[in-house]
Design a protein. Sequence first.
Length: 154
Amino acid sequence: MDRNSSITSITGLMNSLMLSAKGREPYPWLQLKLTREQLRVMFLLSFKGTSSPGEVAAAFGVPRANVTSTINRLVEKGLVSRRENPVDRRSYILSLTDAGHEQVEQLRAMGAARIKEVLERMPDGALVSLQTGLQALVEALKDGGEVDGCNRSQ
């Protein structure tokens, strides 16, 4: 198989992986009392640490007014904190609260547990091959600047 065929095959397999994971059981986040937009804001803040409402809106490609009510609801739920921006007093800085971090980590842990169950059914040789391939993928992402210290091998 040539390089282009391999790349096409891998992207197809990754798409199949995402689709097959969808079909098993409802996502853990369906049990939450959060909207999809609220989850997106929480995961963005988890990734970035802090952000302004304008940065959140820009990240989602929507006007700032579109994220205001989502942010307000997350603040009301105690999942996001909002503090005055010392550089620009007309703006404020958003970050996850401890409860918000806990919620995001719980969702990540549920996803990881689900993947672990699948990996435990794979033969040893396939696990070694998958590990080697994923390590190469992470390294390629690092080389391209897409990964910032994301090698979380356990």
